[in-house]
Design a protein around this ligand. Structure first.
Ligand code: SF4
Length: 227
């Protein structure tokens, strides 16, 4: 999408609020199920969230630039968040059968696609979160919010570099997808469940032992720190 840049200047509070609503609408137009503007001070960041990447150890741990131990620590994230006033939180709803149940969990562990292709469909939903987040971040950047910073859901390696080595970890090489790939919120310490629940969104723990029919709602969540 093209983006005519706006001259960088001190923006009035009214224009900032108008822009924030524009980004919320952009997120919806890009495929988000819902998007809400929140005060950055309400974001919850804790080191124990990041600890869940290694206990039990995720298959993506240590495999790419945007997952621990290479992603920012929760302490670094907290330091960054306190310089922002507003953030946009986006939600992408996923069919529970794409994410819950033993078969999907096995696909995740073994990196295989199941017969019904549900794991592949889950990957498409993850990709949507990266798309929405990067589109909003980019639009805000060209509007003069040059420090807009996006966070997605899940591992960029699974979404963009499946079965390939992470190029960004190589010496002197950057990311293959620098304009789309972002750390997951959890990888840098954001407590997504707590935040989403606080916004009134319905959240359930989803995993190999939760069957799809037991999960009334399943969502992926992304975030853009705007200003
Ligand atoms: S998108 Fe690929 S190259 Fe970029 S950080 Fe993720 S795994 Fe590495």
């Amino acid at each position: 999408m093209g983006a005519r840049p706006r001259k960088v200047s001190i923006l009035s509070p009214d224009l900032i609020i108008k822009d924030l609503e524009k980004y919320r609408q952009l997120a919806l137009d890009c495929g988000a199920s819902d998007a809400l503007m929140i005060k950055a001070s309400s974001l919850v960041v804790q080191e124990r969230v990041r600890a869940k990447c290694s206990i039990p150890k995720c298959a993506e741990y240590g495999t790419n630039q945007h997952c621990p131990p290479y992603s920012m620590s929760a302490a670094e994230t907290k330091e960054i968040v306190k310089d922002y006033t507003y953030a946009l939180v986006i939600r992408v709803d996923v069919k529970p059968e794409y994410a819950a149940g033993a078969k999907i969990h096995e696909c995740y562990i073994k990196g295989k696609i199941d017969e019904a292709g549900r794991y592949r469909l889950l990957g498409k939903e993850y990709k949507k979160v990266f798309f929405v987040v990067s589109e909003v971040e980019s639009r805000a950047f060209y509007d003069g919010y040059y420090l807009a910073l996006g966070f997605a859901a899940g591992s960029c390696k699974n979404v963009f570099c499946f079965k390939m080595d992470c190029q960004a970890l190589g010496r002197g090489k950057g990311c293959r997808w620098p304009l789309r790939s972002r750390p997951s919120m959890e990888a840098v310490g954001f407590d997504v469940f707590s935040m989403a629940t606080g916004l009134g969104w319905t959240m359930y723990p989803v995993g190999g032992r939760s069957e799809p029919e037991e999960v009334p709602a399943c969502s992926l969540v992304g975030l853009v720190l705007i200003v």
